[in-house]
Design a protein around this ligand. Structure first.
Ligand code: TMP
Length: 208
């Protein structure tokens, strides 16, 4: 049996993660790889309920918010990511640990030691085999998100916040070059999908 893999897509609002995650799954399936598309927060029923809670009723305490994201992730790993990987299938996940590091760590000032401890106890050993960082000028991302009519609380945040998010993801990519690849998300949808397909083929030795 071939090993299961976990590929995550990360990036700011409107960077096209969801579209590209879905295209990547189609691409993998067309090459005979069984792949499951999922997202965070969410992916399994309890985690989707936590998603609604967090996004519709913003917790006042940033620690409460962090722990809700962590709870959703623990459930997602137990109920979907772990079993799918154990079957030798691939998981493509729209957002994962790096969103917590950036949004809760950088924006909400949750201490890095706490984030790291929770990763050690709830995520390990399900760290991503590959993380695609979709990088986009926040002004374009915001425009795209508004055009979709997608205005959650982060979309309404100011430009500086979006710049912090962008830089947060780029910093992680620079620190973990073996895991992360930065993708230029200003290209057309098809071009971005092409970039991703090539990166994945190279990383996992697929013929493409
Ligand atoms: P989405 O709409 O891109 O799926 O993401 C929902 C929001 O949740 C998005 O603004 C980022 C935020 N988020 C966090 O703050 N921490 C996390 O760990 C995750 C997965 C998402």
């Amino acid at each position: 049996m071939t090993p299961g893999r976990l590929i995550t897509l990360e990036g700011g609002e409107g960077s096209g993660k969801s579209t590209q995650a879905s295209r990547l799954v189609d691409d993998l399936r067309s090459q005979g790889i069984e792949a499951v598309l999922t997202r965070e927060p969410g992916g399994v029923p309890l985690a989707e309920q936590i998603r609604d809670l967090i996004l519709n009723t913003r917790p006042a305490a940033s620690t409460a918010e962090f722990l809700l994201f962590a709870a959703a992730r623990a459930e997602h790993i137990a109920e979907l990511i772990k079993p799918v990987i154990e079957l030798g299938q691939w998981v493509v996940c729209d957002r994962y640990i790096d969103s917590t590091r950036v949004y809760q760590g950088e924006l909400s000032s949750i201490p890095a030691e706490l984030i790291s401890a929770v990763e050690t106890h709830t995520v390990a050993p399900y760290f991503p085999d590959l993380t695609l960082m979709l990088d986009l000028n926040p002004a374009i991302g915001r425009e795209r998100a508004l055009m979709r009519g997608d205005t959650n609380r982060y979309d309404q945040a100011e430009a500086q916040v979006h710049e912090t998010i962008r830089q947060g993801f780029l910093d992680i990519a620079a620190r973990e070059p073996d895991r992360c690849v930065v993708i230029d998300a200003s290209e057309s949808e098809a071009d971005i999908a092409g970039q991703i397909s090539r990166v994945v083929a190279r990383r996992f030795g697929l013929s493409g």
